[in-house]
Design a protein around this ligand. Structure first.
Ligand code: GLA
Length: 381
């Protein structure tokens, strides 16, 4: 961080503020948040860091990840990293907030495009930083909303899980977020004999945004069909397995998407029980079942991710594993016996390299505090 702070001072002005915006993992409840499901994420120790200073002329952002400076008054290309920032600024403006010119450096150790929510860490970090610098008076919930709108405008119609985990994360706790009522509960999370191992596949699918939006549409079409067949105004959280009877053979795809939602909601409830009683075997099984459904019913996995999960669950000391996040590449989360992650990685990573010629990376993760804002004091770095 010292180098990035010096870089900021040399290229812009003296830093004023630093925001640490963490990534997140989700224990269970994948691809359900945008349909009002319940999800169980926690913020992790890897984070995107944003360094802010004021500017005398126009606003700029420099990304250490891309080693590129971007002028924020310009219109970014639809796949440029700057689009998240520009869209978040538009959303602020639409709400009547006017922010004076600023300079921003983006750095940190949260991998980009690995399903750990790096883009949301960026928009939440930006909004929280500008909120603090300019005393805009935004609440956490307003930041969740603005970040979510910015993400939609950037092309992905995501839910509120990532923003909520990043802003409300608490050390030693996982969150239970009811995305229908938008309520958040923090539960103490102390795994006694197991740990969470994350593996980044180092593969990411270019079309993930549009495929993600297609899944949402499939769900909406599926729900609409059930509403018509039952002549009711039923919602997602009222659905049961009995509703799957209304789909014809040619509507199989929609029925599989809805099946995933119904079963995943059940798995979340079972996982809450397993977490409360510290039952890693039961929890691991639920993770692996979730993966099967994401791969076969929701069709958001890839050969690389399926390979990692299949290899992990055959490895001693692994209770279960699944892809996390939006999918189409990214990361796998595994529940592993305590202090066995390095042994597991030594078995998995060479196999993965041999099969796909990608160097996957793995690390243990644990629940950490959410987003933090610190004023810059030179001597503290
Ligand atoms: C992405 C989205 C989230 C959520 C997950 C899948 O991370 O941003 O809102 O839908 O995918 O669970």
């Amino acid at each position: 961080m010292k180098n990035e702070l010096n870089f900021h001072q040399a290229n812009f002005e003296k830093p004023l503020l630093i925001v640490d915006s963490p990534g997140r993992v989700n224990i269970l409840g994948e691809h359900t948040d945008y349909n009002g499901g319940t999800v169980l994420p926690f913020a992790i120790h890897k984070k995107t860091q944003l360094i802010f200073s004021l500017s005398k002329d126009s606003s700029h952002a420099y990304s250490h990840f891309h080693q590129e400076k971007f002028e924020l008054a310009k219109e970014p290309a639809s796949n440029h990293w700057g689009r998240y920032i520009v869209q978040a600024l538009h959303e602020l403006q639409k709400e009547g907030h006017c922010v004076p010119p600023f300079n921003l450096s983006i750095c940190g150790d949260l991998p980009i495009g690995q399903g750990l929510s790096s883009s949301t860490a960026l928009t939440c970090g930006l909004l929280a930083g500008l909120n603090h610098l300019n005393s805009l008076g935004l609440t956490k919930n307003q930041i969740v909303k603005l970040s979510s709108k910015a993400e939609h405008a950037s092309g992905t119609l995501g839910g509120i899980m990532d923003q909520t985990a990043i802003l409300y994360g608490q050390k030693g706790h996982f969150l239970e977020i009811d995305c229908l009522t938008k309520t958040v509960q923090a539960h103490l999370h102390e795994l006694q004999n197991s740990e969470w191992l994350l593996i980044n596949s180092m593969v990411n699918h270019e079309l993930s945004g549009s495929e993600y939006n297609d899944r949402r549409k499939d769900c909406d079409d599926g729900l609409q069909l059930i509403k018509e067949k039952t002549s009711t105004d039923i919602g997602y959280t009222d659905l049961t397995a009995a509703h799957l009877q209304y789909f014809e053979e040619e509507q199989k795809r929609l029925s599989l998407r809805i099946k995933h939602f119904i079963e995943e909601q059940k798995r979340v409830q079972h996982a809450l029980g397993a977490l409360a009683k510290n039952e890693p075997k039961k929890l691991g099984k639920l993770l692996t079942q979730c993966h099967k459904s994401l791969s076969e019913n929701y069709e958001v996995s890839t050969p690389e991710i399926d390979f990692l999960v299949a290899s992990l669950i055959q490895t001693p000391n692994v209770y279960g594993a699944r892809m996390i996040g939006g999918g189409f590449g990214g990361s796998v989360l595994a529940l592993v016996n305590k202090n066995q992650s390095q042994t597991v990685l030594r078995q998995i990573l060479p196999k993965y390299f041999k099969a796909f010629k990608h160097e996957a990376q793995g690390f243990v993760c644990y629940p950490c505090d959410g987003l933090k804002i610190r004023p810059y004091e030179k001597d503290s770095f």
